[in-house]
Design a binder for this molecule. Structure first.
Ligand code: 5GP
Ligand code: ZN
Length: 114
């Protein structure tokens, strides 16, 4: 989508600090980290939100989650873990309407969600 920030990052029109890339996904550091480790995993296919996920794209999101946990471990969070977050639509606090998984780690996050 032409006005989507993450599509522009995927296209290389906006720079990002990449952690991983292949044909179907990109993993990069969040521009405003809220934890010592804070990255985003996004499918290259533009999907507005998890609430718009079609069944045919379920395997893609499975692979995205698998890669996200791999990168979380590479970032030193295997032992203590962290939090995988998918915000969806306005009540979920989604600000970029391109499906993405946050990973937060490197500090104790407590039970508060935001
Ligand atoms: P949401 O609130 O939609 O779940 O999360 C969007 C995330 O994207 C936010 O944490 C925000 O900091 C991050 N973000 C927004 N614009 C950019 C950008 O241009 N580059 C990067 N690396 N992250 C961005
Ligand atoms: Zn997009």
């Amino acid at each position: 989508m032409s006005d989507c920030i993450f599509c522009k990052i995927i296209a290389g029109e906006i720079p990002s600090k990449k952690l991983y890339e292949d044909d179907e996904m990109l993993v990069f550091h969040d521009i405003k980290p809220v934890a010592p480790v804070h990255f985003l995993a996004v499918p290259k296919k533009h999907i507005n939100s998890l609430l718009e996920l079609e069944e045919a794209d379920a395997p893609l999101i499975g692979r995205l989650l698998h890669k996200a946990q791999e990168i979380a471990k590479q970032q030193g969070c295997e032992e203590k873990g962290g939090r995988f977050i998918i915000n969806a639509k306005s009540d979920g606090g989604q600000t970029v309407n391109h499906l993405h998984v946050h990973f937060l780690g490197g500090r104790a996050l407590g039970i508060r969600i935001c």
